[in-house]
Design a protein. Sequence first.
Length: 635
Amino acid sequence: MFNVCMRDCYDTCSVISQFKNGTLTVRGNPNHPITQGLLCPKGALLPKWFHSEERLKSPLIRTGGRGEGKFRRADWSEVISLIAQKLKETIKKNGSESVLVYQYAGDRGVVNYSFPLRLFHYLNASFIDYAICDRAGQEALKDVYGSAVGFNPEDLKNQKLIVYWGINAFWTNLHGFMLTKRYGLEKWVVDVVKTETAKRSDKFFQIKPNTDVLFALSIAKLIIENELYDKAFVEKNVYGFEEFKKYVSRLDLDFVSAETGISKHAIEEFAFNYAEKKGVIHIGYGFQRSLSGGEAVRAISILPALVGHKFGFIYDMKTIDKSYAEGSFLRTKPIRRIPQMELAEHIESGEIKFLYIYNSNPLASLPNQNRLRKALKESDVFVVVHDIFLTDTALHADIVLPANTFFERLDIADSYYHPYVMLNEPVTKLYGKSNREVTTLLAKALEIDNPYLYESEEQVIRKILEQNGLSWEELKEKGFVKVPERQREYKTPSGRIEFYSQRATERGLNPFPEYKPLKGKGLQLLSPTHRMTITSQYHNTYGIIDPNLYINPKDAKERGIEDGDLVEVYNSKGSIKTRAKLSEDVPSGVVLLYKAFWPKLLGWNVNFLTSDSTVEEYGKASAYHSTWVEVRKAQ
């Protein structure tokens, strides 16, 4: 059977599965042009996840306090009837906007991700505005190019150099990393931490946090002043070049070096060699989740254009129209979107009375957990969670619905990284129901007579493929189809790459990327994902976690901390205790904790410390990497 790893992962692997004698086995699809038969360590362990004894097998109704884990088992007819009744009561008493559907990319199947939204569009409910992941970068790239869809990785075979800027690709884009190795590209890394990718690359530029804007602008300055840029390309495709040239000419490289921690020689080396090799830049998601993230992405994205690339960055590749699956045409009122980072605030205010959560575990993944948990416990909001496991979020629900896995249903998925749509076939059925199945049950219980709420997976998939000019027959035969390349234009006000961004000025920003020093009290806390998890997924399954605080030996010595000591990490948001691990890979002034482990298993996670502040000018994007903490030996 053809399957797709539906995790919120850059690579989106094509998988071949077999269910025999009650056991699932998986292997990579050797025919897929990008993933080419290789599964990452998480993918190889998918059968363990699928067969986990912890999977929910029946619906649950809460009998104790939120978070206590006291539930009674119920049958599907009882819980569906109760949910429908609560929905009707809530809408009648408080209006449709008091119902909020909260979902995210825990499962990226097009049908499984979007189909339940049809019901909530029909009910005119409130939706989440997704801003926790890559919003700042998306907005920044739209400011410059009009789109965040960048370079096709298959075209890397014609390139000499890739720059991994703020991405640990060996952990989070393994197939892309192997692709560049297969094509023989030189690999550079710009990052705050000396990651596994940095250790496996040709050059590493270790930058101080929050200074990416300065580094990128200084590179642009040197390329322009030494006339190393592609003059013909810039003249034809760039808007505002002369103004940008004047802007960067004011930069002082001594100042840049002092701020970024990168020597003048290294800045020059980067600029001259980058211009010669016309590098493509893979822009990571992590560093743009900060107060300076949007400005940084704007500055970085200018560099490929200087050397003659039309879309010379890698950031996003989702190229098919999937809107039919969501069914916004069923709505009769304007949609109200609640910023993802403001969930606690809207629960506290009493605006949200009914919360339906699927494909997500916000009580592990959202910042400022103490505030969110307190808001849920003190409110009268009715919470329904549909999940495979009894997560931290499910522990705080009134009703928990068991979900099935992507091995148990028909679906398709596209990729953040490559231009292929892949087929996912049901291998067998063990437990739970899909998001589409639950949606149809609720629609029936609500006595809604609308055919769009009862379509099958195949009907939805066929329609989406048809709308995108893709073949259902080819997909069934091969397990994947390539999205045809189309002529792409710059969707900016000028119709060109905007070094002088008119779109940014409309939001009150400087037309050019601007450096604003960020200084906090204590140590800046970074919280990347662990190699064996994807945000909160798999922490309960694989048993491979790393709860240690990584701290530079210099910072540890100043605080009287030795390797292995129990330490307290704290700020105004909260406090946690863990073991210190001294590492030169983490620079002085920075500490690192891997993100979103399950608090129910660990007792805490990094989001008990992270900030829920947002960047208003970049779509209320998350800024949780702009968190500062202090560390001391635990008493």
